[in-house]
Write a protein that binds this ligand. Sequence first.
Ligand code: 13P
Length: 250
Amino acid sequence: MRQKIAAGNWKMNLTLPEARQLTQEIKHHKIPKDVNVILGCPSPFLYMMNSLVEKTDRLNIAAQNCNNNDSGAYTGEVSHSMLSSVGVNYVIIGHSERREYFNESNKLLKEKINTLIANGFKIIFCCGEPLKIRKAKTQSNYVLNQLQQSLFHLTSDEMKQIIIAYEPIWAIGTGLTASPAQAQQMHSFIRKQLNSKYGKATSEATSILYGGSVKPGNAKELFSMKDVDGGLVGGASLKPEMFKNIINAF
Ligand code: 13P
């Protein structure tokens, strides 16, 4: 059975009191038994948010980024040992905003993944195409290339630490959602690639999340698709009522 996951990505939003309030509300929500909730917090909040949730079943905190180096002169960056030392063991890697605004290449993401895998982290690896690629109908090759260049060097044992998030860039923060059929089509494609690279056990065990304007109104239908194992949610994860409804949508 694949894990069902409702993950929030707060991006660069909220102050500490707001983050605490939001986390408390999610903590007191009855999370369905088979659902894992992950909150992607900004770095300054990680220690406190993790302390808030560490005794709560099925509720985890994720960092939104991590440097590929172990330590050193990288002003402003966060290392894997810093994250471990505050109890965080999930990291979002390769979000399209990191790729676009911070020039993170497939090659750099591969290095980040290697560092995190070696140190026992779980990784939410984001992939997804821009509108131009979708219009040219070459999205499958585009996503496959992202997987091949950053992920497919891992062993099947290491793949157990990976959650994939398919986030078409044209659907992020735009209110445009991939239709459930479009999401299913790409998720099924990704699972087929996992199958041909790693075999059935790995492809059936890897959770693939959909991200891009997930809201309470569309989550149920998206999550009911065969290969959609949950969502990576931006805007709607900042609103407790909306996010709770998304958690309940499985
Ligand atoms: P929105 O849900 O705001 O479209 O953001 C999606 C996203 O980028 C999650 O990582």
